[in-house]
Design a protein around this ligand. Structure first.
Ligand SMILES: NC(=O)C1=CN([C@@H]2O[C@H](COP(=O)(O)OP(=O)(O)OC[C@H]3O[C@@H](n4cnc5c(N)ncnc54)[C@H](O)[C@@H]3O)[C@@H](O)[C@H]2O)C=CC1
Ligand SMILES: O=C([O-])CC(=O)C(=O)O
Length: 307
C-alpha cells in the first residue's frame, strides 16, 4: 500500500499535480486535502508514504518569494505538526515558497518532536532545472531539452539559483549569452508572475516538475530503483560524509545540489560539480542570501523574536 497525500490540493498546482500523480504506477491511494482537511485534523492519514505540499499563497507582481513568508511560514508549520502526528516517517516534498525557508521550518518542527530524518525532507527546485534546459534549447536548438539535464545548485529564489551551464557537454556560451541565460533562469518565476498579472505564479510547469520529482522519489523509495538523480534543496546532514567540507567552508546547513535517491530518500549528495569562474561568482553571491533565508525559517520555530 503506497499512500501519497497532497496538501493544498485544491489549488493551482495541486489540481494538475494530482491528475499527473493519478497516473503513477506506484501510488495505490492518493489523498487530496485542502485547508480544513490538513493532516492535523484528518483521521485516515496513517501509513502515508509521501506528503507533497503546495499549500499556501502564490506571489503577485512586485512581490519576492520572501514576501510570502508571512503567510506561508505558519501554514507550513501547522502542516508539519500534522505530519508529525499522523505520519512522522513520511517523505516530505515541499513546493510552497519561499522554499529556502519553508524547508528549514519543516525540519525544525520535526526536530522538536524527535522525528527529523534529513534524508526524508526535500524542497522541490526541479522547476529551475526544467527551465534551464528549456532556455538553453531556445538559445541553441541543437541541445535536446529532454536529454540535457542542467545541474542547478544553491536555492530556489533569485540569486540563490545557480545554474551550472558549464557542465553542458560541448557548450560554448559567450559572456553575453551566459548573462542572459542565468538571468532568465534565476528570474523565470518572476516572468510568469508578471505575465499572469495577479492570477498567481507558475502552475502547470510546477505540476509537471512536482510530478517528475515525486515520481523519482517513489521509484527509489517504493520500487527500489537506483541511480535516480535530481537537483533538490535538502538539509546537508542527509549525507554527512559527502558534505562535511562544504558545510565547514560555507557554514550552510541547506543547499540545492544533485542528489541520488535510495530506499530511505537521500542516498548520496553528489559533490559540487566543477564550477567556472563565472559560476563561482554566482555561488559567492548566493551564499549570504541563503544564510539569511535559512536562519529566518529556522528562527520561526526556534526563536520567533529573531524574525
Ligand atoms: N517550488 C516551486 O518551484 C514553486 C512553488 N510555488 C509555490 O507553491 C505554492 C502554491 O501555489 P499555487 O498552487 O499556485 O497557489 P493557489 O493559491 O492556487 O493554491 C494554494 C492552495 O493551498 C491551499 N491552502 C492554503 N492554506 C492552507 C492550509 N493551511 N492547509 C492546506 N492547504 C492550504 C489553498 O486552499 C489552495 O488550494 C505557492 O507558495 C507558490 O509560491 C509555485 C510555483 C513553483
Ligand atoms: O516564482 C514564483 O513565485 C513561483 C516559483 O517558485 C517559480 O515559478 O519558480
Amino acid at each position: 500500500m503506497v499512500k501519497v497525500v497532497i496538501c493544498g490540493a485544491a489549488g493551482g498546482i495541486g489540481q494538475p499535480l494530482s491528475l499527473l500523480l493519478k497516473q503513477s504506477d506506484y501510488i495505490t491511494h492518493l489523498a487530496l486535502y485542502d485547508v480544513v482537511n490538513a493532516p492535523g485534523v484528518a483521521a485516515d492519514l496513517s501509513h502515508i508514504n509521501t506528503v507533497v505540499i503546495p499549500a499556501g499563497v502564490p506571489r503577485k507582481p512586485g512581490m519576492t518569494r520572501d514576501d510570502l513568508f508571512k503567510i506561508n511560514a505558519g501554514i507550513i508549520r501547522d502542516l508539519s505538526e500534522g505530519i508529525v502526528k499522523n505520519c512522522p516517517g513520511a517523505f516530505i516534498l515541499v513546493i510552497s515558497n519561499p522554499v529556502n525557508s519553508t524547508v528549514p521550518i519543516v525540519a525544525e518542527v520535526l526536530k522538536r518532536h524527535g522525528a527529523f530524518d534529513p534524508r526524508r525532507v526535500f524542497g522541490i527546485s526541479t522547476l529551475d532545472v526544467v527551465r534551464s534546459s528549456r532556455f538553453v534549447y531556445e538559445l541553441d536548438n541543437s541541445i535536446d531539452p529532454r536529454s540535457t539535464r542542467v545541474t542547478v545548485i544553491g536555492g530556489h529564489s533569485g540569486v540563490t539559483i545557480v545554474p551550472v551551464l558549464s557542465q553542458i557537454p560541448g557548450q560554448k556560451f559567450t559572456k553575453e549569452q551566459l548573462d542572459l541565460l542565468t538571468h532568465r533562469i534565476q528570474y523565470g518565476g518572476d516572468e510568469v508572475v508578471k505575465a499572469k498579472d495577479g492570477a498567481g505564479s507558475a502552475t502547470l510547469s510546477m505540476a509537471y516538475a512536482g510530478a517528475r520529482f515525486t515520481s523519482a522519489i517513489l521509484e527509489a523509495t517504493v520500487a527500489g530503483k537506483t541511480g535516480l538523480v535530481e537537483s533538490t534543496y535538502v538539509n546537508l546532514h542527509a549525507d554527512e560524509e559527502s558534505t562535511a567540507a562544504f558545510r565547514a567552508k560555507t557554514q550552510l546547513e541547506y543547499f540545492a545540489q544533485d542528489v541520488e535517491f535510495g530506499r530511505e530518500g537521500v542516498s548520496k549528495i553528489r559533490p559540487l560539480p566543477e564550477l567556472s569562474a563565472y559560476e563561482q561568482t554566482l555561488l559567492d553571491a548566493a551564499i549570504p542570501e541563503l544564510k539569511v533565508n535559512i536562519t529566518k525559517g529556522t528562527a520561526f520555530i526556534t526563536d520567533a523574536s529573531k524574525i
